[in-house]
Design a protein around this ligand. Structure first.
Ligand SMILES: [Ca+2]
Length: 147
């Protein structure tokens, strides 16, 4: 019996490799955000909700909102810019945020005035991006690497 248990314990990592549900695989941390792009500091903005990465609509998304996103990602907020939806490659999945209207002082993008999560009138052609100051500062733990 004990041997069987040991065997199962040894096999579990292998099993969960083939059946990710077994380890209740975490895709992303609730409330985390990321920039999807080749440079790491400029690209499509994505946010994590309900264990899924999703995108942000460009409606009302201003420099103030870009500033909040960049600060949340641990960048120096100075010089944060909106990357227009025209310049941002379309994302996939759920559009989590719409009508984001930060005043610039919020600590996370989720604290900004916005629609309820997933409540939007957008399409992925309206996915917004940000360009952050390349300088990173070390005061944020919610940063997750881009794929
Ligand atoms: Ca909208």
């Amino acid at each position: 019996m004990l041997l069987l248990l040991l065997l199962l314990l040894l096999l579990l990592p292998l099993l969960s490799h083939f059946f990710p549900m077994l380890s209740s695989a975490l895709t992303c941390t609730q409330g985390a955000i990321r920039i999807v792009g080749t440079t790491g500091y400029s690209g499509r903005l994505e946010v994590c909700n309900d264990n899924q990465w999703g995108t942000v609509c460009d409606d009302f998304f201003s420099t103030f909102s870009a500033t909040v996103a960049c600060r949340q990602l641990g960048f120096n907020p100075a010089g944060s810019r909106v990357l227009s939806s025209r310049s941002t490659p379309n994302g996939r999945g759920t559009i989590w945020l719409d009508n984001v209207r930060c005043n610039g002082n919020e600590t996370t993008i989720f604290n900004c005035p916005k629609n309820l999560l997933g409540n939007h009138n957008c399409n992925h052609g309206e996915d917004v991006g940000v360009t952050c100051n390349r300088g990173k500062v070390l005061y944020n733990l919610l940063t997750q690497p881009s794929p």
